[in-house]
Design a protein around this ligand. Structure first.
Ligand SMILES: *Cc1c(COP(=O)(O)O)cnc(C)c1O
Length: 468
C-alpha cells in the first residue's frame, strides 16, 4: 500500500481542478489559503497511506479527487466556519442559560448594528462638542422606568454585586441572611464574591428562618450594609420566615451608617404577576420601598444583552461611577446600544413591550401555542409521512435560574420517527442544520415546544424534519 504515495497528485495539478475554483468562491478565501489547506490535506492522506490506514479510493483512480476534495471541504469547514452559531430553541425554556439566555429584540439589534458600524457619541456631548460619559446613555431610561435617582450599567450582575460590595462595604461588615447565601449557576457564590470584595460577611438567621431582630442584633459600628439577595434560582418552602424589604429599610433608617442593598437577580421591569406568572418584584416597586441600591441582570427577565444594572440613590451611584473598578467592569458600546434598544420598548407601552422576545414568549398563552402546534403538525404531515405525531399539554420553564417554581402551561408537538431512534433524529436536528435545532427528548419521543420558536424558524424546523 505504501507505494501508493507516489501516485498522489501534485499540488499544481489539484489547483487546476474545477473544484478548486469552486471552493475559492464558496469560502471566500484566497488562493494561498486554499493551497495551504490542500497541502495539509495531502499530507494527512500521505500519512494515512504510510500507516496503512487510508481506506479511500486509491490515488490515481478516477474517484480519488472526489474523496480528496471532500476531505479538503471538511477541513475548510473546520477552519472557516464560525464556532458560535445561532440555534433554534424548541425546548420551551425561555432564558436557556446554555443557549445564550435572552434573545435580543429587532429594535435593539438594529441599534447595535448602527452603533457598531459607525462612530458614535459614546463619550462625547454633541451639543457642547466636548468629552462626555458613557454612563449617561441609558441612565435616563432606567431612571424613567424604575423611578431611581440614578443608575449605571456594568458588564453583568455578578460584576455589579462585586463593585457595590467593594466600593460601599470594603473593610466593613455586610449582614446577610443565611437563607440567602446562594450560589448562582456557574460558580458565583455570594459568600465568595463577598470575600473577594474585601467586605466581611456577617451571616444571620438560619437557612429557613431569619427575623428582623437577627439583623438588629448584628448591626455594629462596622456595619456598612444590609444585603438582601433575591433567591431567584430556588425556593425554600414550608416553615420559613424572611424579613420583608420594608422592615430592613426601617431598620437601616435607625442606623445612619447602614444602607440597604438588594441583589434582585433577574430584575423584572414588567409586572408578570399581573398575568399570573410568578411573583417577581418589579424593580421600581423595590426602589419605592426605600431600598438604597439594587442590581439586576440585563439578560434575564429584562430580555436585553448581558449586563448588570445598578439603580438607586444618586450619592451611592456617584461613588460607584468614580471607583477604579468601574473601568474594569465597564460595558461596550454594543451592549449599551442593545440595552437602550430594549429599554426604549419598555417606555413606549404595553404593545411595544411585546417586541421584546423574552417578554413576548413569557406571555404567550397555551391556547396560542396549541393552535400553532396543531398547524405545525398538519404541515409536517403534508411534507413527510415518516412521523407519528400528536399535540399534548406540557410545561415550559422560564430558565436562567429565574422563577424556578413557575410552570408555564404550554402544548408540545410530540414526534416519533418511524425509521430512526429518537436520539439519532435529535442529533441530526442539532448538527445537520443551520441553524441547529435543539429539542426536548422524553422517553422515546421528541418534544417541540414552539413557545420560543418564531414563525420563520418554524418553517426551518419543518424543512429539517422533512429531510430526515
Ligand atoms: C443571576 C444572578 C446573578 C448573576 O447575574 P449575571 O448577570 O449572570 O452575572 C447575581 N445574583 C442573583 C440573585 C442572580 O439571580
Amino acid at each position: 500500500m505504501k507505494h501508493l504515495v507516489r501516485f498522489l497528485p501534485p499540488v499544481h495539478e489539484i489547483q487546476k481542478a474545477p473544484k478548486f475554483a469552486e471552493l475559492l468562491e464558496q469560502y471566500g478565501i484566497d488562493h494561498i489559503e486554499l493551497t495551504k489547506t490542500v497541502k495539509d490535506s495531502l499530507d494527512g492522506i500521505r500519512e494515512l497511506i504510510l500507516n496503512e490506514k487510508w481506506d479511500g479510493p486509491k490515488p490515481g483512480d478516477g474517484d480519488f479527487l472526489v474523496a480528496f476534495f471532500d476531505k479538503v471541504k471538511s477541513e475548510l469547514k473546520k477552519r472557516y466556519n464560525y464556532t458560535l452559531k445561532p440555534v433554534i430553541n424548541a425546548t420551551g425554556t425561555i432564558l436557556h442559560t446554555n443557549l445564550g439566555r435572552a434573545r435580543i429584540s429587532d429594535n435593539a439589534m438594529k441599534h447595535v448594528m448602527e452603533i457598531a458600524q459607525y462612530y458614535s457619541n459614546l463619550e462625547y456631548k454633541l451639543e457642547e462638542g466636548e468629552r462626555g460619559s458613557r454612563h449617561t446613555h441609558v441612565e435616563s431610561l432606567i431612571k424613567h422606568i424604575t423611578g431611581a435617582e440614578a443608575a449605571m450599567v456594568v458588564n453583568n450582575n455578578a460584576a455589579a454585586v462585586y463593585l457595590i460590595l467593594r466600593a460601599l462595604a470594603h473593610d466593613k461588615e455586610v449582614i446577610v441572611s443565611r437563607g440567602q447565601l446562594v450560589e448562582i449557576g456557574g460558580s458565583f457564590r455570594i459568600s465568595s464574591i463577598m470575600e473577594e470584595s474585601g467586605a466581611t460577611l456577617k451571616e444571620v438567621g438560619t437557612t429557613n428562618k431569619t427575623h428582623l431582630y437577627d439583623y438588629e442584633r448584628a448591626i455594629s459600628e462596622e456595619t456598612a450594609m444590609l444585603m438582601k439577595v433575591h433567591t431567584s434560582n430556588f425556593k425554600v418552602i414550608g416553615f420559613t420566615k424572611s424579613v420583608e424589604t420594608e422592615e430592613l429599610v426601617g431598620l437601616a433608617k435607625r442606623h445612619e451608617h447602614v444602607i440597604v442593598y438588594e441583589d434582585l437577580g433577574s430584575g423584572a421591569l414588567y409586572d408578570f404577576s399581573r398575568h399570573g406568572i410568578g411573583d417577581e418584584p418589579v424593580v421600581g416597586q423595590v426602589l419605592n420601598m426605600g431600598v438604597d441600591i439594587v442590581s439586576f441582570s440585563g439578560d434575564k427577565l429584562l430580555g436585553g444583552p448581558q449586563a448588570g444594572i445598578i439603580a438607586g440613590k444618586k450619592e451611592l451611584i456617584d461613588l460607584l461611577k468614580k471607583n477604579q473598578l468601574a473601568r474594569v467592569v465597564r460595558v461596550d458600546k454594543m451592549t449599551l446600544a442593545a440595552l437602550e434598544g430594549t429599554l426604549l420598548d419598555y417606555v413606549k407601552g404595553e404593545e411595544s413591550i411585546k417586541n421584546i422576545p423574552t417578554v413576548r414568549d413569557l406571555l404567550s398563552s397555551k391556547e396560542e401555542i396549541k393552535e400553532r402546534s396543531e398547524v405545525f403538525v398538519r404541515e409536517l404531515l403534508q411534507v413527510s409521512d415518516r412521523y407519528s405525531t400528536s399535540v399534548q399539554e406540557d410545561i415550559s420553564q422560564v430558565g436562567g435560574g429565574t422563577m424556578p417554581d413557575v410552570e408555564l402551561p404550554t402544548y408540545v408537538v410530540v414526534l416519533k420517527h418511524k425509521d430512526f431512534p429518537t436520539e439519532k433524529v435529535a442529533g441530526i436536528l442539532r448538527t445537520e442544520n443551520e441553524p441547529g435545532i435543539i429539542v426536548r427528548i422524553r422517553k422515546e419521543e421528541i418534544l417541540l415546544d414552539l413557545r420560543c420558536v418564531t414563525r420563520n424558524e418554524e418553517k426551518l424546523v419543518l424543512e429539517a424534519l422533512s429531510r430526515i
